[in-house]
Design a protein around this ligand. Structure first.
Ligand code: CMP
Length: 152
């Protein structure tokens, strides 16, 4: 079992795609174990995107991610870090394959609708930025037998 951080970015909220995109994670059988709407501050943006802060596109990225609220989620599942990244598709909506979230809904590199952690290390770091341990609500999914075999 793994846990990942997923952010529905300002473009997702502005375009009224929250339900559509959460629906994909639910349909896949993943467990949403925490969710909240918040405004990302410049300080949080700099911490979250620490590896990009020095890059030329960072000022525009910070302006975008702080421009209106986001929805942050913690999602549990088998191999969920890779599975969610594959559901998102390539970073640029122009390159993302049809059938992926970005491939179906985005035509932009910056306004790519959703962020998801790219490794176990990033997931641990990023989850702590958005959720206190007390805000996580893991639960035993009662329909699990309809989503996977007991030895998977
Ligand atoms: P995300 O998966 O949240 O991780 C970093 C974000 O920076 C990325 O999605 C894009 O929104 C943005 N990004 C990455 N590369 C570029 C780029 N070359 N120009 C503008 N924005 C970018």
């Amino acid at each position: 079992m793994q846990r990942t951080l997923v952010l529905l970015k300002p473009d997702c909220i502005q375009r009224r795609l929250i339900g559509e995109i959460i629906g994909r994670f639910e349909a896949k059988g993943l467990n949403i174990v925490a969710m909240k709407m918040l405004h990302v501050s410049p300080a949080l943006a700099q911490e979250h995107y620490a590896e990009h802060v020095a890059k030329p596109f960072y000022p525009a990225l910070e302006e975008f991610i702080t421009s209106s609220p986001i929805v942050a989620m913690a999602i549990d599942g088998l191999e969920v870090i890779r599975v969610v990244r594959e559901m998102l598709g390539a970073t640029s909506g122009l390159k993302a394959a049809p059938g992926t979230i970005r491939g179906d809904f985005s035509s932009s590199r910056q306004m790519n609708l959703v962020h998801a952690s790219d490794s176990e290390e990033s997931a641990v770091r990023e989850l702590k930025l958005y959720f206190a341990e007390s805000e996580l609500c893991p639960y035993a999914p009662t329909l699990i037998g309809s989503f996977k075999a007991s030895d998977e």
